[in-house]
Design a protein around this ligand. Structure first.
Ligand code: H2B
Length: 96
């Protein structure tokens, strides 16, 4: 997977309003009703990550999930990160 240029990333992010380009990764924060809903979304996302063989840098504090996506092998953001971001959006949309 080839690392995408910043202008391409910004253009693609127009379709991902929850996400921003920060620290060489695409980043989003999601807030849920409570910890259970948040963790439930995280487990769904985890299955998707395994299916795509692509894994987020993420953290959870109670009902808040912070996700940073980049492709470590490529040293930046690739199409693979957008593919996972799209899957995460679908999951979070249903949960919210
Ligand atoms: N996830 C992310 N975010 N970046 C990677 O470069 C990456 C990954 N590499 N998941 C994968 C797994 C790699 O380690 C395996 C061997 O394909």
């Amino acid at each position: 997977m080839k690392k995408l240029e910043a202008d391409i990333i910004e253009k693609k992010l127009l379709h991902f309003p929850d996400w921003e380009f920060i620290d060489n990764a695409i980043y989003a924060e999601f807030e849920f009703e409570n910890f259970k809903d948040c963790f439930s979304a995280m487990s769904r996302i985890a299955f998707e990550c395994e299916a795509l063989n692509h894994h987020p840098d993420w953290s959870n504090t109670y009902n808040v999930l912070k996700i940073s996506l980049s492709t470590h092998d490529a040293g930046g953001v690739t199409e693979k990160d957008f593919e996972l971001a799209e899957a995460i959006e679908q999951i979070v949309e249903v949960e919210e």
